[in-house]
Write a new protein. Structure first.
Length: 294
Protein backbone atom coordinates (compact mmCIF):
# COMPACT_ATOMS: atom_id res chain seq x y z
CA UNK A 1 0.00 0.00 0.00
CA UNK A 2 2.47 2.61 -1.17
CA UNK A 3 0.04 4.74 -3.13
CA UNK A 4 -0.73 8.18 -1.74
CA UNK A 5 -3.85 8.66 0.36
CA UNK A 6 -5.50 12.03 0.82
CA UNK A 7 -5.95 13.57 4.27
CA UNK A 8 -8.03 16.67 4.95
CA UNK A 9 -6.16 18.70 7.56
CA UNK A 10 -9.30 20.73 8.19
CA UNK A 11 -11.13 17.55 9.23
CA UNK A 12 -8.31 16.13 11.36
CA UNK A 13 -9.38 15.11 14.86
CA UNK A 14 -7.39 14.24 17.98
CA UNK A 15 -8.00 11.82 20.84
CA UNK A 16 -5.96 10.17 23.56
CA UNK A 17 -6.37 6.80 21.83
CA UNK A 18 -5.15 8.27 18.54
CA UNK A 19 -2.08 9.73 20.21
CA UNK A 20 -1.46 6.48 22.07
CA UNK A 21 -1.45 4.43 18.86
CA UNK A 22 0.84 6.95 17.12
CA UNK A 23 3.29 6.64 20.03
CA UNK A 24 2.97 2.85 20.04
CA UNK A 25 3.82 2.60 16.33
CA UNK A 26 3.44 5.19 13.56
CA UNK A 27 2.90 2.42 10.96
CA UNK A 28 0.06 0.89 13.02
CA UNK A 29 -1.39 4.40 13.33
CA UNK A 30 -1.34 4.74 9.54
CA UNK A 31 -3.09 1.40 9.04
CA UNK A 32 -5.75 2.16 11.65
CA UNK A 33 -6.71 5.68 10.64
CA UNK A 34 -5.91 5.75 6.91
CA UNK A 35 -4.96 2.41 5.36
CA UNK A 36 -8.12 0.64 6.54
CA UNK A 37 -10.56 3.30 5.31
CA UNK A 38 -13.33 1.67 3.29
CA UNK A 39 -12.42 -1.82 4.44
CA UNK A 40 -15.94 -2.50 5.71
CA UNK A 41 -17.17 -2.64 2.12
CA UNK A 42 -17.44 -6.10 0.66
CA UNK A 43 -14.58 -7.05 -1.67
CA UNK A 44 -12.60 -3.99 -0.58
CA UNK A 45 -8.86 -4.30 -1.19
CA UNK A 46 -8.23 -3.12 2.37
CA UNK A 47 -10.74 -5.48 3.98
CA UNK A 48 -8.00 -7.32 5.89
CA UNK A 49 -6.69 -4.09 7.39
CA UNK A 50 -10.17 -3.12 8.47
CA UNK A 51 -10.66 -6.56 10.02
CA UNK A 52 -7.42 -6.15 11.99
CA UNK A 53 -8.37 -2.61 12.98
CA UNK A 54 -11.46 -3.97 14.75
CA UNK A 55 -9.45 -6.38 16.93
CA UNK A 56 -9.62 -5.62 20.63
CA UNK A 57 -8.13 -7.09 23.77
CA UNK A 58 -10.10 -9.06 26.35
CA UNK A 59 -9.63 -6.29 28.93
CA UNK A 60 -10.97 -3.67 26.54
CA UNK A 61 -14.03 -5.81 25.75
CA UNK A 62 -14.83 -6.31 29.45
CA UNK A 63 -14.39 -2.58 30.05
CA UNK A 64 -16.77 -1.80 27.17
CA UNK A 65 -19.41 -4.17 28.58
CA UNK A 66 -19.20 -2.50 31.99
CA UNK A 67 -19.54 0.91 30.32
CA UNK A 68 -22.64 -0.16 28.37
CA UNK A 69 -24.23 -1.71 31.45
CA UNK A 70 -23.67 1.46 33.47
CA UNK A 71 -25.16 3.61 30.70
CA UNK A 72 -28.21 1.36 30.46
CA UNK A 73 -28.64 1.55 34.20
CA UNK A 74 -28.02 5.29 34.53
CA UNK A 75 -29.78 6.75 31.51
CA UNK A 76 -32.59 4.38 30.60
CA UNK A 77 -33.72 3.98 34.20
CA UNK A 78 -35.38 0.58 33.65
CA UNK A 79 -37.40 -0.91 36.47
CA UNK A 80 -36.11 -4.06 38.17
CA UNK A 81 -32.69 -3.56 36.56
CA UNK A 82 -30.44 -6.53 37.31
CA UNK A 83 -26.87 -5.49 36.60
CA UNK A 84 -25.55 -9.08 36.60
CA UNK A 85 -28.21 -10.25 34.17
CA UNK A 86 -27.68 -7.35 31.76
CA UNK A 87 -23.88 -7.77 31.85
CA UNK A 88 -24.25 -11.49 31.19
CA UNK A 89 -26.52 -10.78 28.23
CA UNK A 90 -23.94 -8.48 26.63
CA UNK A 91 -21.19 -10.99 27.35
CA UNK A 92 -23.08 -13.99 25.95
CA UNK A 93 -23.88 -12.12 22.74
CA UNK A 94 -20.21 -11.37 22.20
CA UNK A 95 -19.01 -14.82 23.27
CA UNK A 96 -21.45 -16.53 20.89
CA UNK A 97 -20.35 -14.33 18.00
CA UNK A 98 -16.68 -14.94 18.81
CA UNK A 99 -17.17 -18.73 19.04
CA UNK A 100 -18.90 -18.77 15.65
CA UNK A 101 -16.19 -16.52 14.18
CA UNK A 102 -18.81 -14.21 12.75
CA UNK A 103 -16.10 -11.58 12.27
CA UNK A 104 -14.98 -13.48 9.16
CA UNK A 105 -18.11 -12.31 7.33
CA UNK A 106 -18.69 -9.13 9.31
CA UNK A 107 -15.62 -7.32 10.71
CA UNK A 108 -17.92 -5.33 13.00
CA UNK A 109 -18.49 -8.49 15.05
CA UNK A 110 -16.37 -9.21 18.10
CA UNK A 111 -12.85 -10.47 17.45
CA UNK A 112 -10.31 -10.67 20.25
CA UNK A 113 -6.58 -10.19 19.80
CA UNK A 114 -5.71 -13.10 22.10
CA UNK A 115 -7.69 -15.66 20.10
CA UNK A 116 -6.94 -14.26 16.63
CA UNK A 117 -3.19 -14.57 17.15
CA UNK A 118 -3.42 -17.93 18.93
CA UNK A 119 -2.32 -16.71 22.35
CA UNK A 120 -5.32 -18.29 24.07
CA UNK A 121 -7.92 -20.83 22.94
CA UNK A 122 -11.36 -19.34 22.45
CA UNK A 123 -13.08 -21.46 25.12
CA UNK A 124 -10.38 -20.64 27.67
CA UNK A 125 -10.57 -16.96 26.72
CA UNK A 126 -14.35 -16.88 27.13
CA UNK A 127 -14.10 -18.60 30.51
CA UNK A 128 -11.48 -16.11 31.67
CA UNK A 129 -13.56 -13.23 30.32
CA UNK A 130 -16.62 -14.39 32.26
CA UNK A 131 -14.55 -14.41 35.46
CA UNK A 132 -13.17 -10.93 34.77
CA UNK A 133 -16.62 -9.54 34.04
CA UNK A 134 -18.12 -11.04 37.19
CA UNK A 135 -15.30 -9.57 39.31
CA UNK A 136 -15.73 -6.18 37.63
CA UNK A 137 -19.48 -6.11 38.24
CA UNK A 138 -18.99 -7.20 41.84
CA UNK A 139 -16.44 -4.41 42.21
CA UNK A 140 -18.97 -1.85 40.96
CA UNK A 141 -21.59 -3.12 43.41
CA UNK A 142 -19.41 -3.64 46.49
CA UNK A 143 -17.77 -0.23 46.10
CA UNK A 144 -21.15 1.42 46.58
CA UNK A 145 -20.93 3.14 43.18
CA UNK A 146 -24.19 1.61 41.91
CA UNK A 147 -26.14 2.75 44.97
CA UNK A 148 -24.57 6.18 44.71
CA UNK A 149 -25.48 6.55 41.03
CA UNK A 150 -29.00 5.35 41.68
CA UNK A 151 -29.47 8.31 44.01
CA UNK A 152 -28.70 10.88 41.29
CA UNK A 153 -31.99 12.55 40.23
CA UNK A 154 -32.88 11.55 36.70
CA UNK A 155 -33.11 15.17 35.49
CA UNK A 156 -29.51 15.74 36.64
CA UNK A 157 -28.17 13.03 34.34
CA UNK A 158 -26.57 14.37 31.15
CA UNK A 159 -27.50 11.89 28.43
CA UNK A 160 -24.88 12.77 25.84
CA UNK A 161 -24.04 11.10 22.56
CA UNK A 162 -20.93 9.01 23.26
CA UNK A 163 -18.13 9.45 22.31
CA UNK A 164 -18.17 13.20 22.92
CA UNK A 165 -16.38 15.86 20.87
CA UNK A 166 -15.31 19.46 21.36
CA UNK A 167 -12.67 21.75 19.87
CA UNK A 168 -9.26 23.10 20.79
CA UNK A 169 -8.83 25.91 18.32
CA UNK A 170 -9.61 24.35 14.94
CA UNK A 171 -8.77 20.83 16.13
CA UNK A 172 -11.70 18.54 16.88
CA UNK A 173 -11.03 16.48 19.99
CA UNK A 174 -12.80 13.27 21.02
CA UNK A 175 -13.15 11.56 24.39
CA UNK A 176 -15.43 8.93 25.88
CA UNK A 177 -16.56 9.34 29.49
CA UNK A 178 -18.88 6.61 30.70
CA UNK A 179 -21.36 8.86 32.55
CA UNK A 180 -21.95 12.57 33.08
CA UNK A 181 -24.21 14.21 35.67
CA UNK A 182 -24.78 17.32 37.78
CA UNK A 183 -24.57 17.20 41.55
CA UNK A 184 -24.31 19.90 44.22
CA UNK A 185 -23.43 22.56 41.65
CA UNK A 186 -20.72 20.39 40.08
CA UNK A 187 -20.56 18.69 36.70
CA UNK A 188 -19.16 15.16 37.16
CA UNK A 189 -17.65 12.76 34.64
CA UNK A 190 -17.08 9.05 35.30
CA UNK A 191 -14.38 7.00 33.56
CA UNK A 192 -13.42 3.33 34.00
CA UNK A 193 -10.11 1.51 33.83
CA UNK A 194 -8.93 -2.08 34.31
CA UNK A 195 -6.08 -1.34 36.67
CA UNK A 196 -3.90 0.18 33.95
CA UNK A 197 -4.63 3.86 34.50
CA UNK A 198 -1.91 6.21 33.27
CA UNK A 199 -1.45 9.33 35.41
CA UNK A 200 -0.68 11.59 32.45
CA UNK A 201 -3.65 10.29 30.45
CA UNK A 202 -5.87 10.69 33.51
CA UNK A 203 -4.79 14.34 33.77
CA UNK A 204 -5.42 14.92 30.08
CA UNK A 205 -8.85 13.25 30.26
CA UNK A 206 -9.84 15.45 33.17
CA UNK A 207 -8.61 18.53 31.28
CA UNK A 208 -10.62 17.52 28.20
CA UNK A 209 -13.74 17.29 30.34
CA UNK A 210 -13.16 20.80 31.64
CA UNK A 211 -12.60 22.19 28.14
CA UNK A 212 -15.76 20.49 26.87
CA UNK A 213 -17.77 21.78 29.82
CA UNK A 214 -16.60 25.34 29.14
CA UNK A 215 -16.94 25.24 25.34
CA UNK A 216 -20.15 23.28 24.95
CA UNK A 217 -22.01 23.40 28.26
CA UNK A 218 -21.03 26.91 29.40
CA UNK A 219 -19.83 25.53 32.71
CA UNK A 220 -16.99 26.98 34.78
CA UNK A 221 -14.05 24.51 34.51
CA UNK A 222 -13.48 24.87 38.24
CA UNK A 223 -16.86 23.22 38.79
CA UNK A 224 -15.95 20.11 36.77
CA UNK A 225 -14.85 16.88 38.48
CA UNK A 226 -13.62 13.66 36.87
CA UNK A 227 -14.03 10.41 38.82
CA UNK A 228 -11.91 7.48 37.68
CA UNK A 229 -13.17 4.08 38.85
CA UNK A 230 -10.75 1.14 38.91
CA UNK A 231 -12.62 -2.09 38.10
CA UNK A 232 -9.86 -4.21 39.66
CA UNK A 233 -9.63 -2.48 43.04
CA UNK A 234 -13.05 -0.88 43.39
CA UNK A 235 -11.45 2.48 44.14
CA UNK A 236 -12.66 5.82 42.81
CA UNK A 237 -10.08 8.57 42.40
CA UNK A 238 -10.70 12.23 41.63
CA UNK A 239 -7.62 14.20 40.56
CA UNK A 240 -7.21 17.48 42.44
CA UNK A 241 -7.50 20.61 40.31
CA UNK A 242 -3.89 21.58 40.92
CA UNK A 243 -2.82 18.49 38.91
CA UNK A 244 -4.99 19.42 35.91
CA UNK A 245 -3.40 22.00 33.60
CA UNK A 246 -5.59 23.12 30.69
CA UNK A 247 -2.81 25.11 29.02
CA UNK A 248 -0.55 22.04 29.13
CA UNK A 249 -3.18 19.93 27.39
CA UNK A 250 -3.91 22.60 24.75
CA UNK A 251 -0.21 22.90 23.88
CA UNK A 252 0.16 19.13 23.86
CA UNK A 253 -2.78 18.58 21.50
CA UNK A 254 -1.53 21.24 19.08
CA UNK A 255 2.05 19.90 19.11
CA UNK A 256 0.95 16.28 18.76
CA UNK A 257 -1.42 17.13 15.91
CA UNK A 258 1.36 18.99 14.11
CA UNK A 259 3.65 15.97 14.54
CA UNK A 260 1.05 13.58 13.11
CA UNK A 261 0.26 15.81 10.14
CA UNK A 262 3.95 16.43 9.45
CA UNK A 263 4.22 12.90 8.04
CA UNK A 264 2.05 13.79 5.08
CA UNK A 265 4.15 14.03 1.92
CA UNK A 266 2.61 17.26 0.70
CA UNK A 267 0.33 18.58 3.46
CA UNK A 268 -2.70 16.66 2.21
CA UNK A 269 -1.17 13.35 1.09
CA UNK A 270 -0.06 10.33 3.10
CA UNK A 271 2.29 7.51 2.08
CA UNK A 272 2.70 4.33 4.13
CA UNK A 273 6.50 4.40 4.04
CA UNK A 274 6.54 7.80 5.74
CA UNK A 275 5.25 6.08 8.88
CA UNK A 276 8.03 4.11 10.53
CA UNK A 277 7.63 0.73 12.19
CA UNK A 278 8.30 0.40 15.90
CA UNK A 279 9.71 -3.13 15.86
CA UNK A 280 9.80 -3.27 19.66
CA UNK A 281 6.00 -3.54 19.72
CA UNK A 282 5.34 -5.97 16.86
CA UNK A 283 4.25 -8.86 19.10
CA UNK A 284 1.63 -6.63 20.76
CA UNK A 285 0.35 -5.04 17.55
CA UNK A 286 -2.98 -6.01 16.01
CA UNK A 287 -1.60 -5.30 12.52
CA UNK A 288 1.39 -7.65 12.83
CA UNK A 289 -0.07 -10.23 10.39
CA UNK A 290 -0.35 -7.66 7.62
CA UNK A 291 2.72 -5.62 8.50
CA UNK A 292 5.11 -8.59 8.36
CA UNK A 293 4.30 -9.00 4.67
CA UNK A 294 5.15 -5.39 3.81
Amino acid sequence: MNEELLVDEQEFSWSLSRESLFTFCPRAYFYHYYGSVGGFEQFSNVEELYQLKKLQSLDLWINSICSEVLRDFFYEKPENFNIHRVAKRYFNQGARSLSMREWRDDPQRLNLFESYYGLTEINELIEHGAELLNKSIESLIESGLIDYLQGIPYLNRKNLSFPVSSHIGKIKVWFAPVLVWQEDGLLKFLTLNNGSSNKIKARYSAALHKIYAFNDLRTDPERVVTLNFDLTTGETIALPDEEINLSELIDHVKDNTEEMLSLSSDHDKLVENNFSKNTNNCSKCKFQKYCKRT
